[in-house]
Structure formats: structure tokens, C-alpha cells
Design a protein around this ligand. Structure first.
Ligand code: SAM
Length: 281
């Protein structure tokens, strides 16, 4: 799970979809239910999983701008969306998809968001969204992003920010030590300055409430069991590799934990979803 390969994002897509908080997703759907058309920007879109998870809850005509800095992931997003749709028309600039009675126009924007999201915010936008991204950015980045969307009065639906809570079954003697080191690795610079990690959702909530947004958050944990063994194994390997990079836990302990965790019966990995709406003029 090092880096963000399309294969890793494929592995987590079903778990991500099951984890999304349904009550908050329904609140997002209700907020736009009277609209015929919606323009959505998805930051750090990866291979397009957020669009595939959200489109059926949004109006019949949608225009998505999918933004990522990784051209391979944008190409993977295009291919996966064509495969997912009932019908697809590709042109040089857009993809026009038919899916479940909806018409979804998709444009792709290759952009490095490390200096801010301004490049992604041109033109008509009704909803900003992003999944599994805000825990990578810094507190400073989140503050600036909150100012950018407040200036444009843009609602935000942010999904699957890592909350820091993990519970593995059965417990292992090294769980606490491993999680503490993993959290320190989470706070490392991921290209945006020291990463907000598990603080991302609360920092975003606070920054947006200060700017007059009404913000709701709700848990969206992965609850993984025997049928998601491949994802559990990848998580165990990824966490062990991250902890090894910190140098804080002995190689022997890491390897014992990794082997036990690859065979875990299940685990719960905490995330938070957030829906923020501007309320003041
Ligand atoms: C955990 S993945 C989530 C992908 C997708 N949102 C999903 O839910 O499957 C994080 C994403 O952030 C993107 N990313 C990381 N750094 C970035 C940057 N500086 N600019 C734009 N995208 C970035 C990665 O390419 C990757 O697609």
C-alpha cells in the first residue's frame, strides 16, 4: 500500500463504498435533490472511486471535474469509468457517461494540489468533494482550502478521512506500540508539509465553522472481515512498512505483528465523513 497505485485503490473501493456514512450521504443527496444539474469537483480523485460511489445519489445530469497529480491514475479513472458506465462516449477533452438513467460528463485535470486547490476551482461549481485525501495535507493547507471554498461559498463533502482509531481482532501485544509509531508516520510530509493525519476532519470542521459553514461529521469506519482478506493483508503490510520507516519499533516486533495481522480475523479502521455548507452571506 505504499504510494497510491490503481491496484491499491481497486482493492479498497468496495470497502470505501460500504464505509461511507449513509445518513450523511443522504443529507448530501437531499441538499441537491431539487437540482436537475450539478457541477462537482473531486480533488485527488485517484481512479475515480468517489464518482462511482456518489453519482447515483446526485441529480440526473452531472458534470464532474476529476483532479489528481498522477497521470497514470487519471488514465485509470477514465478506463474504469468507461467500464462502469452503461454507455460511454470519449472525446479529446471529456467523457460522457450514461449510468442508471444519469448523464455524467467527466473532465480530467492533471494538477499538483500541494500549493493549494485554486487551479481546480475555475468556473461553475456546486459541490466540492474528496475522498481519503485530507489526512495527507497539512493544517496550513486545510486552513487555506477552507478560505478558498468560503470565498466561493462552495459546499464540501469530504469522505473517509483517517480518524486514527484502529481495532484488530484478535488483539496483539504490539498493537499499541505499532499504532503510535504509525501515527507518527502519518504526520510526515506527504508533499503538503507535516500531514494533518487523524486531525484532518476536526481541523477542517473548525476552519469551516469559523467561516460560517454548518458542518456535520459522521463516522465511516472500514469494518473488514474474512471476505476482505486481501485488503487486511495489504493493510498489515502497509502499516508494517510505514512503521519500519520510523525506526521506532524493532524489526522483530514489526515482523511478528505483520504476520499476525495478515492473518487477522478482522479489523476496524476509523474514518470520518464531513458535509459542510456555507450559511452566512
Ligand atoms: C488515498 S488516495 C485517494 C484516491 C481517491 N480519492 C479514492 O478515494 O480512491 C490519495 C490521492 O491523492 C492524490 N494526491 C496525492 N498528492 C497529490 C498532489 N500533490 N496533488 C494532487 N493529488 C495528489 C494521489 O494521487 C491519490 O490519488
Amino acid at each position: 500500500m505504499s504510494g497510491f497505485s490503481a491496484e491499491w485503490l481497486d482493492l479498497r473501493e468496495a470497502a470505501d463504498r460500504a464505509a461511507r456514512n449513509a445518513a450523511l450521504r443522504d443529507a448530501v443527496a437531499r441538499a441537491f435533490a431539487r437540482r436537475e444539474h450539478l457541477a462537482i469537483v473531486d480533488l485527488a480523485c485517484g481512479s475515480g472511486s468517489n464518482l462511482r460511489g456518489l453519482a447515483e445519489f446526485l441529480p440526473a445530469r452531472q458534470r464532474w471535474r476529476l483532479v489528481d497529480h498522477d497521470p497514470a491514475l487519471l488514465a485509470a479513472a477514465s478506463a474504469r469509468l468507461v467500464a462502469w458506465a452503461d454507455a460511454a462516449e470519449e472525446s479529446a477533452e471529456t467523457l460522457v457517461l450514461a449510468k442508471g438513467g444519469r448523464r455524467i460528463v467527466v473532465e480530467f485535470l492533471g494538477a499538483d494540489l500541494s500549493a493549494g486547490a485554486a487551479a481546480a476551482l475555475d468556473g461553475e461549481i456546486d459541490l466540492m468533494t474528496s475522498a481519503a485525501f485530507f489526512d495527507l495535507v497539512s493544517a496550513h493547507w486545510l486552513e487555506r482550502f477552507a478560505a478558498e471554498i468560503a470565498a466561493r461559498r462552495l459546499p464540501l463533502y469530504a469522505l473517509l478521512s483517517y480518524s486514527g482509531e484502529e481495532a484488530w481482532a484478535p488483539p496483539h501485544a504490539a498493537d499499541v506500540e505499532m499504532l503510535a509509531a504509525f501515527h507518527r508516520h502519518q504526520a510526515r510530509d506527504k508533499g503538503f508539509g507535516a500531514a494533518a493525519g487523524p486531525r484532518a476532519a476536526s481541523l477542517l470542521q473548525e476552519a469551516l465553522e469559523r467561516r460560517g459553514f454548518a458542518v456535520e461529521t459522521a463516522p465511516s469506519p472500514w469494518r473488514l472481515g474474512a471476505s476482505q482478506a486481501a485488503l487486511i493483508e495489504a493493510l498489515a503490510d502497509g502499516s508494517a512498512a510505514a512503521v519500519a520507516e520510523t525506526g521506532e519499533v524493532s524489526a522483530r516486533t514489526i515482523e511478528r505483528w505483520r504476520r499476525a495481522r495478515r492473518a487477522a480475523a478482522g479489523c476496524e479502521i476509523g474514518h470520518l465523513d464531513l458535509f459542510a455548507r456555507p450559511t452566512t452571506a
